[in-house]
Design a protein around this ligand. Structure first.
Ligand code: PEP
Ligand code: MG
Length: 592
């Protein structure tokens, strides 16, 4: 077997005379195993015809553009009905199509610069997308792809080209493309699509979001992969080992067929009891909730048997908008979320922006250390942002009349912050009272434990808040002083570090001392090697991604609290990360 390197794509070629190639996938954004024929969509020629127009043509070009745009909107509205899993994304696209900057930009170019509709559209598309492309935040940068996608649809309509690239799919299919957009995925028949592999896109691209929503594996950012695969090649996508097998041998096919059958069996058995309570073999009950970022995710959480939502990251709502969302817009979304949860808790986190997350319509101050800077509760509590904070709190309070909403504040470091937030919340309550609007008068309010300060003051906080949720993603970076996004020190970022584990233990004990519920919404809650030790430490609630809910529920049901407590006591005695990890591995946790 020899190794060939193509930039960041490493290719192993078998020397045994068969055609099989094994490609290493470097960014598997949705895991799993899949098998199918490669489907490479044909690229449409959407190059705009460019020419200047005469005065009498202005009206014809204007109405051609308006018709193409209206058609795009109605096509997308239809797709919303046919592809409900992609509703959030498509709705955001409809908003871009309706947005004044696109419309006015194109009309100005046709009327004032006398450019034809196709040329005008392309120029406005590029300048709108450029505004996103320069942003630091990777999520927002990828929103440039949304602008290109919706504009391509309008362009196709202008050129009279039907968007039908996926009509010839047959049987199990793995889509291999340069990049995939919602206008692609919404055309696909998901009864046949088994996986995605794309050359472009990052972990927050739509390809990944859709793949995770529908539960299929996806690898993105695989430069040059189209040079290695032909339409119709047989593929095996092994997301667990980050491999893509091209034209596998019969031996490999049989091996993976067996593996997939085992996975399917396990998945089916997990499904059977995913809606049941999570009780250990010695009758200790815990909650398994879900982390969500949209209404779609809440639907998925409920379908996967989550007992509640432990973290609704509202920042996506703000990031996808063109201005701070109004109280009314937010109210409708939170109300819908509360209704979907049908009485189960829905913990909604107030705006957690700043640090690595920015907004396209707001200029953040330039800071030397953004992660230690003006972010999360610090921003929303500032006088400058009080209206933004109040709009969210009023929306949350009003929505609390329709379900079991809890309010959670991010990155709290002091009692003063929690108290100040409570004063503003009370102001909102009084306003609603005066306006005769309904809300839950005893709406629970809690904090995320993400900083050493909140760990050290955990008992003081426990006397005042209704609940804690431990945010291990940030807690790890702040306890260890290791930037969570810096690849160079990625090996130092380890939640199994004894200082982080003991922080978690201290918070759980402090919460329980005052009878408060303690959950965890950081990624550590979904780490299977950590499940037993967290259970043993007394964690009340694991809040994890919706698709992981059945598995974690199942794992906990096979454990006893007593064993878990013994394991936690032993693990917490070690002084080094390695000892903790080795111990947990030896105890067989990794095999769960
Ligand atoms: C965390 O910090 O653990 C957390 C859940 O918040 P986020 O990842 O959104 O910062
Ligand atoms: Mg956080």
């Amino acid at each position: 077997m020899c190794l060939i390197s193509f930039d960041n794509l490493e290719i192993k070629r078998n020397s045994v005379g068969d055609n099989m190639k094994i490609l290493n996938l470097n960014l598997v954004a949705s895991s799993g195993i899949a098998m199918g024929a490669a489907f490479i969509p044909t690229e449409l020629d959407l190059t705009p015809a460019k020419h200047l127009i005469t005065h009498p043509e202005v009206d014809t070009e204007t109405s051609a553009f308006m018709d193409a745009r209206d058609l795009a909107i109605s096509q997308m509205q239809k797709m919303v009905e046919n592809a409900p899993a992609q509703r959030d994304i498509l709705t955001a696209h409809i908003e871009i199509a309706k947005d004044g900057s696109l419309l006015q930009g194109v009309l100005d170019k046709i009327r004032n610069d006398h450019k034809n509709a196709q040329m005008s559209l392309k120029e406005v598309e590029d300048s709108l997308a450029a505004r996103f492309e320069v942003l630091e935040d990777p999520y927002l940068r990828e929103r440039a792809a949304d602008v290109h996608d919706i504009c391509s649809r309008i362009m196709a309509n202008l050129k009279g080209i039907p968007l039908k690239m996926y009509d010839n799919m047959e049987g199990d299919t793995i889509i291999v493309a340069r990049e995939l957009f919602p206008s692609d995925t919404s055309q696909m028949d998901f009864s046949m699509v088994r996986g995605f592999v794309t050359e472009l896109g990052g972990a927050t691209s739509h390809t990944c979001i859709i793949a995770r929503n529908v539960g299929i594996p996806a690898a993105v950012g695989q430069a040059e992969i189209l040079k290695e695969i032909n339409h119709g090649d047989q593929l095996i996508f092994d997301g667990e080992k980050s491999l893509l097998l091209v034209n596998p041998t019969q031996h490999k096919i049989t091996f993976y067929k067996n593996k997939m059958a085992k996975h399917l069996k396990r998945k089916e058995s997990l499904k059977k009891d995913m809606h049941l309570p999570t009780v250990t073999t010695d009758d200790h009950k815990v909650e398994v909730w879900a982390n969500v970022g949209s209404i779609n995710d809440i639907e998925s959480a409920m379908e996967n048997g989550a007992d509640g939502v432990g973290l609704f990251r509202t920042e996506f709502l703000y990031m996808e908008n063109t201005a701070f969302p109004s109280e009314e817009e937010q109210y409708e979304i939170y109300k819908k979320g509360a209704e979907l949860c049908q009485g189960k808790p829905l913990v909604i986190r107030t705006l957690d922006i700043g640090g690595d997350k920015s907004l396209p319509y707001y200029v953040f101050p330039v800071e030397e250390n953004p992660f230690l800077g003006w972010r999360a509760i610090r921003m929303t509590l500032s006088n400058e942002q009080e209206d933004v904070f109040k709009a969210q709190l009023r929306a949350l309070l009003r929505a609390s009349a329709h379900g079991n909403i809890h309010i959670m504040y991010p990155l709290v470091i002091s009692l003063e912050e929690f108290r100040k937030a409570t004063v503003i919340l009370n102001k909102c309550k009084m306003e609603l009272e005066a306006e005769g609007l309904a809300y839950n008068k005893s709406i629970p309010t809690g904090i995320m434990i993400e900083t050493p300060a909140s760990v050290i003051l955990a008992e003081d906080f426990a006397k005042e808040v209704d609940f804690f949720s431990i945010g291990t993603n940030d807690l790890t970076q702040y306890v260890l002083a290791v930037d969570r996004g810096n690849d160079k020190i990625a090996a130092l970022y380890d939640t199994y570090h004894p200082a982080v584990l003991r922080s978690i233990q201290k918070v759980i004990e402090a919460g329980h001392k005052y009878g408060k519920h303690v959950g965890m919404c950081g990624e550590f809650a979904a780490d299977q090697m950590a499940t037993q030790i967290l259970l043993g430490m007394g964690l009340d609630e694991f809040s994890i991604s919706p698709v992981d809910v059945p598995l974690i529920k199942h794992s906990i049901r096979e454990m006893s609290l007593k064993d878990a407590q013994n394991l936690a006591t032993n693990a917490l005695n070690f002084g080094t990360t390695k000892e903790v990890r080795d111990f947990l591995k030896e105890e067989g946790q990794a095999k769960l």
